[in-house]
Design a protein around this ligand. Structure first.
Ligand SMILES: [Zn+2]
Ligand SMILES: [Zn+2]
Length: 417
């Protein structure tokens, strides 16, 4: 299936290369121009501008609008435009380089959706990026959960762009960034929409299907992440926020169809089970994380799963903003995958928002210790107190006890690990 898709994509690119020179008004960056010039009401300005030759002359603006990273560097542009599809329309997906965090802009037929907004530092970048894309309003702002690296940048968008619906996880928190968010919601007069699995929102020719969470109220708010699969014709794109082990498990148990062509890794390339990856069975993976982030994202065992499966990988920390175009049949990218399977290096000692040890990817049979992530106790796998422990609080850990103690864990007094 993957090979077939790649071959087809190759043929399409080849056909476009051959056709590119002779087609009237379409330059190598024609697809770009169409994307950029498309207005929020769905009308196309590109045709007129191309006829007058104006848009071809605005390469500078185009480059600035389409791929500039937060640090101002330009990404490589290796993609090719795709032709107008018959039947289904186009969907453009921008995985924004917001450093350590997530933010994606989706556009289909003049309809826009922002999925997460990145961290505080990325906020003005996200707003200016959307403006350069000629976004005037957003059909949806989806905030997967209220951690700062997803929420902060979305607050600017709440103030700057009228939004049709603000879709969020159904919980409240007491962080200062959440208070700012509440202020923004109140000032703009928005009500939150809390989706359930199976809900579908339409976005131009695409549809957005909710896959998670199965339930709210997890101890770890990451597990409450609203996850969606965006479908455009035959192409599917997975966005799972910071879903972790519990979320994965619940989604798999729900029996939802989570197959997708492009998998934005959950939680910046943190926990991933091979079973979950198998069910998604992606042709491409995208990792959104900060260069040299202190959390050690992407994790070694996670990135190894991708490498072992030979899944091409794009990374915002290595490549800046990543852009793709779907015509409902094929997906074309504006750059080549970096296929950099180097894991991150964890340098933070104990971080409250995203503690590393709680995400250890080990399982019951192969772990050295069983952790209670709630009480921060380290247990031997044979400890009798494990029987009463809530599944949600349980984490299987392979590695050194010292590292756990560095992260605020204590040995259980019963089993004395
Ligand atoms: Zn999170
Ligand atoms: Zn996050």
């Amino acid at each position: 299936m993957k090979k077939w898709k790649n071959l087809l994509a190759g043929l399409v690119v080849l056909a476009l290369l051959l056709a590119g020179c002779s087609s009237v008004g379409q330059t190598a960056d024609g697809s770009h121009a169409a994307g950029n010039e498309q207005t929020a009401d769905g009308s196309y300005a590109a045709g007129n501008e191309q006829a007058t030759g104006v848009s071809q002359a605005t390469d500078g603006e185009q480059a600035a609008g389409s791929g500039q990273a937060a640090d101002g560097s330009q990404p490589e542009v290796g993609g090719q435009p795709i032709g107008e599809a018959e039947g289904s329309g186009r969907l453009n997906v921008h995985y924004l380089d917001v450093g350590q965090g997530n933010a994606a802009l989706l556009e289909s037929e003049g309809h826009y959706m922002l999925i997460d907004g990145g961290n505080r530092k990325a906020s003005s970048f996200v707003v200016s990026y959307l403006k350069r894309q000629n976004v005037e309003s957003l059909d949806y702002i989806l905030i997967s959960h209220f951690d700062e690296d997803h929420l902060a940048g979305a607050i600017g968008a709440l103030y700057q762009f009228p939004a049709g619906k603000v879709i969020t996880a159904d919980y409240e928190t007491d962080s200062s960034i959440y208070k700012s968010y509440q202020d923004a919601m109140e000032k703009q007069g928005y009500e939150e929409t809390h989706p359930s699995q199976g809900d579908v929102f339409s976005l131009g020719s695409a549809s957005v299907r909710v896959i998670s969470p199965i339930s709210y109220g997890h101890e770890d708010e990451n597990e409450d992440s609203v996850g969606v699969i965006v479908e455009n014709g035959d192409n599917r794109f997975f966005f799972g926020g910071d879903m972790g082990k519990t979320g994965e498990k619940q989604v798999m148990e729900s029996g939802a169809d989570i197959a997708a062509d492009v998998f934005l890794l959950n939680h910046h390339g943190s926990y991933l089970s091979s079973r979950f990856l198998e069910q998604i069975s992606p042709s491409y993976a995208v990792i959104s994380c900060g260069d040299g982030n202190s959390y050690g994202h992407p994790r070694q065992d996670t990135i190894k799963l991708l490498e072992d499966d030979g899944i091409p990988v794009f990374r915002t920390d290595k490549q800046g903003t990543i852009i793709l175009h779907s015509d409902g049949k094929t997906i074309s990218w504006e750059q080549e995958p970096c296929n950099d399977y180097t894991p991150g290096t964890r340098t933070a000692s104990g971080d409250k928002e995203e503690p590393y040890v709680e995400e250890n990817n080990s399982d019951a049979e192969h772990c050295d210790y069983v952790l209670n992530t709630h009480t921060k106790k380290i247990h031997l796998p044979s400890c009798s107190s494990l029987k009463g422990m809530k599944e949600d609080n349980k984490a299987y850990y392979k590695g050194s006890k010292d590292e756990l103690i560095d992260n605020g864990y204590e040995a259980c007094g019963n089993c004395k690990p």
